[in-house]
Design a protein around this ligand. Structure first.
Ligand SMILES: [Zn+2]
Length: 734
């Protein structure tokens, strides 16, 4: 039951001074007052006269959260230094303050009219409203800064800790990349992510014991910068968490704080995902996903010209490149390094290269590929400026991001040991010049005949702060939040009006990009199969045990946003069965990458790389043991069969709704199962990831198995022995 009307604020028994003053309950911690209570359907929140919190979930086995032993909020004040230094910061904490209390309709207001740190008093007022909203405990509020020189830069709120709880009695679902899951909190340590970024893809997490859980989220329609942290302290056996936001409230301003919501719930983690999704859907209109994107099998990412000028595919060979993609059953060409500079050089200038054939040959090459049934996406980097360009020298000052010292954020990419690395600075998404350049590149891609443009790194980068005062961002913290959303949405809207099939892609993804990005190139946790093996404490090589213990948990994002279309990330020009089947299980579109000369030799001539093949490349070289362990013809024919199989059942496995294993049971841990719903049918994709045949029974609550199919064997019995390293789709209906 989650009737919001059941939630109420109980100010009884009323403290005497509260009754007398009517609105103000001013306390120095001396009054022997009863705690205030807020109730939701699934929990109780008590606030003591000292302003400490205790949240007791109704579900048995969930830990109590409390702020008794902690400073439950922190405000960071910043004094900028306009002489080119970083400035001074002061951290003000809850414990040093004297709160005032005021009852409100559905909760309590806690006010701090001024903030103290040691002997210093700052004319900064913090107002916090604690209320039950939609059956959740919500902390909202505002900052009013009357200090002329100081800026309220960061607010950390809340910072709570659990009562002692055994590490293996709870599971944490944590949205890094496609997701992480910690079934034993003793392996958690202390970790944080920055939202929005490819590493912090949603601003919520949940702690569960299967019967119930705690949903903790930042409900921010602006999708602003947040830092979520979680720790398990082994000595205290305590789980703690905090949420940071960056209001940048300057002198004379009053700025609202983003609400943080904590909601105890009954049921499995799916309930938390549904809570977040339901909130999200009220605030963001997703971009339409074109039919060709929903039905695509994946892409061949090909660097045409490398950073060192090595041309591997000129424009006249794009038809041949389409044939290569076809040989692996891939529907899309992602053309990287297609412009005069080659890959990761001379950004943001992207001229069709006369030496590769020029504009007309590029147009014809793209058309050749399209005539062979392929879609073509052109590359642009969404944030990097090569410092060696005239663009940087003559336009840079208007468009670059700067830190507190007005210096740029720099990075460098070395592609080859034999060539100097290229040095880049970051452009600001909220600068007029950068927006103009990015839009021009989308227009150019469309005019060249491409079906989309990929803005590299724009779904990866975290909310880095820009201190330029002439850009369109309201504060340094919104450069890579609002600034990035506006940049991409403006381009997506503009291009869709011109060509509804033209898509904006990003490398990496987070939920805030749903309004602009229709397809994304996978990046980070969960986008390839090597991740499940990166857990730190492995004492076994048994694949079944490793899969059970895996931290990487793509289920989290896939369940919350099942309609999002993504490629896997696979920096090798072939796939073995493990990688191909992994992508098929989770509905990730397949990827092969052709980036170096030896990759091209492999793709064109089935040449296996020799010892010197990747001696010079210095940047994420392919998985050579994988290339050597499966003959090219064998790898290719499996991809052909697997992708044809997925295409045949595309309505279910590409366009169906990912439901994980909700309502599904599987008889063995040696087979991983993931469910998809389409209409009143459910399809369960089974993956025997082991080297042995496995017997498996799968059931779906309320439905009957109707038929089963495999890529190689075709029609099979739903319960017949599964071959090693194979997938099967079992279709269930009424
Ligand atoms: Zn800026």
């Amino acid at each position: 039951m989650t009737n919001p009307l059941r939630a109420f604020f109980t100010p009884s028994p009323l403290p005497v001074r509260y009754c007398l003053l009517g609105v103000l309950w001013a306390l120095g911690g001396t009054l022997n007052a009863q705690p205030y209570q807020l109730k939701s359907a699934e929990g109780t929140l008590e606030i003591s006269a000292q302003g400490t919190f205790t949240l007791r979930p109704g579900q048995a086995g969930l830990p109590t959260l409390t702020s008794v032993n902690k400073d439950w909020w922190l405000v960071q004040l910043w004094l900028p230094d306009h002489r080119g230094f970083a400035g001074q910061t002061v951290n003000v904490k809850a414990g040093a303050q004297t709160p005032q209390f005021q009852a409100r309709d559905n909760g309590l207001r806690i006010s701090y009219p001024e903030l103290r740190q040691g002997n210093q008093v700052y004319q900064v007022a913090l107002t916090l409203d604690i209320a039950v909203v939609d059956d959740a405990f919500q902390i909202s509020g505002s900052i009013n800064n009357q200090e002329k020189s100081w800026v309220v830069r960061t607010v950390q709120l809340p910072d709570w800790e659990s009562t002692p709880t055994e590490a293996d009695s709870l599971t944490l679902y944590w949205p890094v990349g496609l997701g992480q899951r910690f079934t034993d909190l003793s392996t958690l340590g202390s970790r944080s992510f920055n939202y929005p970024s490819g590493s912090g893809t949603m601003p919520w997490f949940t702690l569960t014991n299967r019967r119930g859980g705690l949903y903790v989220a930042s409900h921010d329609p602006q999708r602003g910068a947040k830092r979520l942290s979680a720790t398990y302290n082994q000595d205290k056996k305590a789980f703690s968490f905090s949420v940071q936001q960056h209001p940048f409230c300057a002198g004379g301003q009053e700025v609202p704080l983003t609400p943080v919501v904590i909601r105890p719930y009954a049921g499995e983690w799916y309930q938390a995902a549904r809570l977040y999704r339901s909130w999200f859907d009220q605030h963001l209109q997703p971009v339409p996903i074109p039919e060709w994107v929903r039905g695509n099998s994946g892409w061949l990412l090909a660097i045409l010209k490398q950073q060192n000028g090595d041309v591997m595919w000129d424009y006249n060979s794009l038809g041949q490149l389409a044939d290569v993609a076809d040989a692996w059953n891939l529907d899309v060409l992602g053309l990287f390094g297609w412009a005069h500079g080659g890959h990761d050089y001379l950004y943001p200038d992207y001229f069709p290269d006369p030496l590769m054939g020029g504009t007309s040959a590029l147009k014809k090459g793209i058309q050749d590929a399209k005539n062979k049934g392929k879609r073509v996406v052109l590359y642009a980097n969404g944030q990097l400026i090569d410092t060696g360009t005239e663009y940087y020298r003559y336009n840079g000052n208007e468009v670059i991001m700067v830190n507190e010292q007005r210096l740029p954020y720099t990075s460098a990419i070395r592609k080859f040991h034999s060539a100097t690395p290229v040095t880049f600075v970051l452009a600001c998404n909220a600068s007029v010049g950068w927006r103009k350049r990015m839009l021009e590149l989308a227009e150019q891609a469309n005019a060249l005949g491409a079906d989309g443009i990929l803005y590299d790194q724009l779904g990866v980068q975290g909310p880095i702060q820009c201190f330029d005062t002439t850009h369109l961002h309201q504060t340094p913290a919104t450069a890579y939040t609002t600034g990035r959303y506006e940049l991409l949405k403006d381009i997506a809207d503009h291009m869709r009006a011109k060509n509804p099939d033209f898509v904006i892609m990003s490398e990496g993804f987070f939920d805030g990009l749903r309004e602009s990005i229709a397809y994304h190139h996978g990046w980070g946790e969960g986008y390839n199969f090597s991740n499940p093996f990166t857990a730190e404490t492995e004492d076994t090589t048994d694949l079944t045990t490793l899969m059970k213990r895996r931290v990487t948990y793509p289920e989290l994002f896939r369940y919350t946003f099942p309609e999002v279309v993504a490629t896997q990330r696979h920096a090798t020009p072939m796939q073995n069965r493990l990688n191909a089947n992994y992508a098929a299980l989770y509905g990730l579109r397949h990827e092969l990458e052709s980036r170096y000369r030896a990759d091209v030799q492999y793709l064109l001539h089935d040449s296996l790389p020799g010892p010197a093949a990747y001696a010079d490349p210095a940047y994420y070289t392919p998985d050579v043991p994988m290339m050597q362990s499966t003959p090219p013809t064998v790898a290719r024919s499996y991809m052909q069969l697997l992708l044809a199989f997925q295409r045949r059942f595309a309505r279910m496995v590409w366009e169906g709704t990912f439901i994980d294993t909700e309502g599904i049971t599987v008889s063995t841990d040696a087979v991983l199962a993931k469910g998809y719903r389409h209409g009143d049918q459910v399809g369960v994709m089974l993956w025997n990831f082991t080297e042995k045949p496995q017997s498996v029974q799968v059931t779906v609550q309320g439905l009957k198995a109707q038929e089963a199919h495999e890529p190689e064997a075709g029609n099979v019995r739903p319960d017949q022995l599964m071959p090693p390293q194979s997938v099967r789709l079992v279709l269930f209906g009424k």
